[in-house]
Design a protein around this ligand. Sequence first.
Ligand SMILES: [Zn+2]
Length: 122
Amino acid sequence: MTEEKFIHDSKTVLKFIQCYCDNEHFKIKKSKDCINLNYNDKDLNEKIEYELCEKCEETLNYSYVKLQECPHDEKPSCRKCPRPCYDKREWKLLAKIMRYSGLRFGILKIRKKLFGRFEKSA
Ligand SMILES: [Zn+2]
């Protein structure tokens, strides 16, 4: 995949995991850290910063490594991949996180739309 795609996908996966961790693990101690994005041994001069619990940090690191190792030139969405590289446990967990956060982002979008409409009519 292209470097742009790699950066985009890394940021996307972080966004979803961060949303999940913020909402579901707010009682768990989190640590701040960042990943300097690296692809095909090339430093991309991009970093992603996060504040996650230990478990979610592991999930993020796992996804990041898998993304780095993705063999597809045209990376399909992981859901449609003919050869998923995640092991079952991690796959289930990430699917859950994506669903959870996807739903939340969807709700936020709708709320914004509605709120915008109310403002206009007021
Ligand atoms: Zn978490």
